[in-house]
Ligand binder design. Structure first.
Ligand code: UDX
Length: 469
């Protein structure tokens, strides 16, 4: 099929590349000429495993092209995917200006039947606004737009960063919301053809009305964020009552009604989706005079959890960290990405530096992106306190402790003798519970995990009280 993808950001590029891989003829549009030039020269603007190969293969086969030509992009695809950004407004609601501008462009140039596919995460009711904006443009064209029928469908993405290509190519479900007008049903039939390759063995598509599809995306992310904050809150309590949160995780996850995934206590969730989507859903509720009390708590717990590593450092080394040095492993908000958006490492680094410490940091892929965002977070003299190291072991020299923020595979079985030899004190503060506390004790490492202090003989820790002090 001929498909246009509007927006070559994270979602757009992955969607375009994967749809080309399925044999479609894909036209990717972006307003950013530099990005388009980069893509046309074989570059990839984001770090995503497998993406570069898929794009290269499909460029070579002539199944994917990149351009800034709006008229050509509208002419190309009968399916027009909108995958532009929806950054949060000051009040937390999703800013729809780019989505609506894309809709207007389609209305301005279209000629014949088009299906507009909302792929960006957009509040409930956006499809109606997309349809209204497009209709408005058609109206301005008068007779010239005769025969220009369209339908708007909602097809939210459920891609995880770091596994996006895999998630797209092996979806656990495809959610499509469509209207029941003749145009809506025609759109449904086209979407059915498009996604047929994923439904061969068993049907993975959930067909529903447009608003339910829009809502599903927010409900999924809000539920996942809730599970994480719930476990983080329990982990802090486990530290106090002398229980091991990892044992508790297994104990509850084995109940099929609960399940094992997304129950990992840690240093808080970050990224481009959970924080933004939780806020946007709260905002939507307020517009309808409802307050989502659970989500307000989910957010508050997460904000506090991002401070947990700083609290543990203060508890161990005191509030005044002047003259002290710390090693930090992992800066990206999660492994396999260079994304630093809402990353807990940013909260930790700010706290350490404001308390007078200097820091040596290492991340397998996010170093460049970290330099960029930390320059925005911190004053120049604060930034100077951060030493960016080329290898994990290089960060340890003279450090009081190693603090682990992101669970990269490369950190999972390090040489503890080397770590001990380099650190000033054999202290590891682990925000992702990577190691076995008993083994750490046996190795002579003073180990602080999340919700596991009973196993290291230091129950009663965590330090919410210190944080309040
Ligand atoms: C998420 C959703 O998973 C995806 O379906 C949606 O399309 C976009 O948002 P992503 O933000 O890429 O994807 O990351 P994900 O792997 O879901 O992790 C989100 C955050 O939660 C990370 O900061 C991670 O460290 C944290 N997390 C995850 C936990 O703290 N504990 C867990 O048990 C799981």
């Amino acid at each position: 099929m001929k498909i246009t993808i509007i927006g070559t950001g994270y979602v757009g590029l992955v969607t375009g590349a994967c749809l080309a891989e399925l044999g479609n003829d894909v036209f990717c549009l972006d307003v950013d000429q530099r990005k388009i030039d980069l893509l046309n020269n074989g570059g990839i603007p984001i770090h995503e495993p497998g993406l570069e190969e898929v794009v290269a293969r499909n460029r070579a086969a002539g199944r994917i092209q990149f351009s800034t030509d709006v008229a050509a992009s509208v002419a190309h695809g009968q399916l027009q995917f909108i995958a532009v950004g929806t950054p949060p407004d000051e009040d937390g609601s999703a800013d729809l200006q780019y989505v609506l501008a894309a809709a207007r462009n389609i209305g301005r140039h279209m000629d014949g039947f088009k299906v507009i596919v909302d792929k960006s995460t957009v509040p409930v009711g956006t499809a109606d606004r997309v349809a209204a904006a497009l209709q408005d443009e058609l109206g301005k064209r008068g007779d010239a737009a005769a025969g220009s029928e369209f339908a708007v469908v909602s097809n939210p993405e459920f891609l995880k960063e770091g596994a996006a290509v895999e998630d797209f190519m092996r979806p656990d479900r495809i959610v499509i919301g469509h209207g029941d007008s003749p145009a809506g049903l025609r759109a449904r039939d086209l979407m059915k053809v498009l996604y047929a390759p994923f439904n061969r063995n068993h049907e993975r598509t959930y067909w529903m009305d447009v608003r339910s599809a829009e809502f599903t995306k927010y409900a999924a992310n809000a539920m996942l964020a809730t599970r994480i904050s719930f476990m983080n809150e329990l982990a802090n309590l486990a530290d106090r009552v002398g229980a091991d949160i990892e044992a508790v995780r297994h104990g509850i996850g084995s109940d099929p009604r609960i399940g094992h995934s997304f129950l990992y206590a840690g240093a808080g969730y970050g990224g481009s989706c959970f924080p933004k989507d939780v806020q946007a859903l709260e905002r939507t509720a307020r517009q309808y005079d409802q307050e989502l009390l659970i989500l307000r708590a989910v957010e508050a717990v997460n904000d506090r959890q991002k401070q947990v590593l700083g609290r543990k450092v203060v508890q161990r080394f005191g509030a005044d960290l002047a003259g002290k040095r710390f090693a930090v492993w992992g800066l990206a908000f999660k492994p396999n990405t260079d994304d630093m958006r809402e990353a807990p490492s940013r909260v930790l680094l700010r706290e350490l530096i404001e308390r007078g410490a200097s820091v040596a940091v290492y991340d397998p892929v996010a170093m460049e992106e970290a330099r960029r965002v930390l320059a925005l977070d911190l004053a120049p003299e604060q930034l100077e306190k951060i030493d960016f190291k080329a290898a994990p072991m290089d960060a340890l020299h003279d450090a009081e402790a190693l603090v682990i923020v992101t669970e990269w595979k490369a950190f999972r079985s390090p040489d503890f003798d080397q770590i001990k030899a380099r650190l000033k004190n054999p202290v590891i503060i682990d925000g992702r519970n990577l190691f076995d506390p008993a083994q750490m004790t046996a190795l002579g490492v003073e180990y602080h995990g999340i919700g596991r202090s009973v196993l290291t003989g230091r129950p009663g820790q965590d330090g919410q009280q210190e944080a309040q002090a």
